[in-house]
Ligand binder design. Structure first.
Ligand code: ATP
Ligand code: MG
Length: 387
């Protein structure tokens, strides 16, 4: 199953382009689903038909689904949330605050993606297109598997389940509630699901992210940052889409300056996103709503190209070995040295880029080594390990 996630700054056309891509894929004969993980769903408005929390067939080869994020949160995190709330209450938190703290921002959307894993395992569709929330939420959602791993490792210490006989005594002494077996089961189950999902989404052979933007300064800058963060977390962006380009037929002088702005930033975008293919969609003279107009938009953006194609397959993080030393390279375009921090703690390599931090569990061969050098070359961070 081919998986394509669309993200970008608020309002750039993510939903419209996700829907248009899905319409085109279905026309080409791929059994397609378009689903939205943005809690502020607008897929139904874009497709101009009713869509709900279950896949609904809306045309030949085309289904749509607006995932009920709260339902997914309850299903996957409910039991754990109850325990964490109880734990926090025992540490003096008020009930409502404890409940709030027991859910991290981004979790709802992450759990929505678990549905995707389900479809992937059943190979239920040929193509799945995901309309994601704006960039910051999407990056947070995609960084969640690492956060969850970290949290579960420390909070639940899965290896050292507290045996049934010790638990009641320990609870009496420490006055802290210990997780019961069903909580541990939920944690383990969720841990494997999230890891499995991350594996699917970081496999560039069939899963990719696409960034949608307008060629304007603020939008480009945000897209560039998102691109770096996605690379940091190991997700492959396979193409970008520049949307709402003023077409030639607008000959009103009022738009001359706008056109100059757009061509300047289109050129800049080509440099920033090189070597990714850049598709271009013109600004139509109306709202692009409904299957017919979505078809026209897809034709304008993709022409005869099948939008399900994997346009770029290079993983953003690579490791190589030479002279007995390992080097890890991460493509981080637009990142300044001052926004970057790299260090090793125990068995983890920790990389901070801007506000994001990634903890990478080092392979055993590297776990006992040190960073010999961390150097920015071009837009690539090269980290060399050795003794
Ligand atoms: N190329 C285009 N030409 C004309 N209208 C467009 C084009 N692309 C998108 N639109 C219109 O722009 C509006 C915003 O698009 P859309 O809802 O897809 O953006 P979004 O990025 O999903 O927004 P949000 O961040 O709120 O989810 C819609 O009314 C859509 O019909
Ligand atoms: Mg949207």
């Amino acid at each position: 199953m081919r998986i394509i996630l669309y993200t970008g700054k608020g309002g750039v056309g993510k939903t419209t382009i996700s829907a248009a891509t899905a319409v085109r894929c279905a026309e080409l004969g791929h059994n397609t689903i378009v689903m939205s993980t943005d809690p502020a769903h607008s897929l139904a408005d874009s497709l101009d038909c009713k869509v709900g929390g279950r896949p609904k067939k809306i045309a030949e080869n085309l289904s749509a689904e607006e995932i009920d994020v709260n339902e997914e949160l309850k299903r996957n995190w409910g039991r754990i949330q109850k325990y964490v709330t109880k734990f926090l209450k025992s540490r003096g938190f008020e009930e409502l605050i404890a409940e709030e703290f027991a859910v991290f921002p981004g979790m709802e959307e992450l759990f929505s993606l678990l549905k995707l894993k389900d479809y992937y395992e059943k190979q239920a569709y040929d193509v799945a297109i995901i309309d994601c929330a704006p960039t910051a939420s999407t990056v947070r959602m995609l960084s969640m598997p690492d956060v969850i791993r970290w949290y579960m490792d420390r909070f639940f210490d899965i290896e050292r389940r507290i045996v049934k006989t010790v638990r009641p005594i320990a609870e009496r002494i420490t006055k802290v509630p210990f997780p019961t077996d069903d909580v541990y089961d939920s944690v383990e189950d969720l841990f494997h699901k999230v890891e499995g999902m991350k594996e699917i989404l970081t496999n560039p052979a069939n899963a990719s992210i696409r960034l949608v933007f307008y060629p304007e300064k603020m939008v480009i800058k945000e897209s560039q940052r998102a691109y770096s963060y996605l690379n940091l977390f190991g997700f492959t962006v396979d193409a970008v889409v520049a949307n709402r380009i003023y077409p030639e037929e607008i000959d009103d002088a009022y738009f001359d300056r706008w056109r100059a702005v757009q061509s300047k930033y289109l050129a800049e975008a080509r440099t920033i996103f090189d070597p990714l293919p850049m598709f271009v969609g013109k600004l139509f003279d109306r709202e692009m709503v409904g299957l017919k107009l979505l078809h026209s938009l897809a034709a304008n953006i993709f022409g005869d190209t099948d939008p399900a194609t994997v346009f770029y397959k290079e993983p953003p993080i690579k490791t190589k070995r030479s002279d007995g030393r390992h080097t890890m390279s991460i493509h981080l375009p637009g990142t300044h040295k001052k926004d970057l921090n790299v260090w090793v703690a125990g068995e983890e390599l920790i990389i901070e880029v801007g506000n994001y931090r990634r903890n990478i569990l080092l392979p055993r061969s590297l776990a006992k080594t040190d960073i010999v050098e961390a150097k920015f070359e071009g837009d690539t961070l090269n980290i060399t390990f050795g003794k």
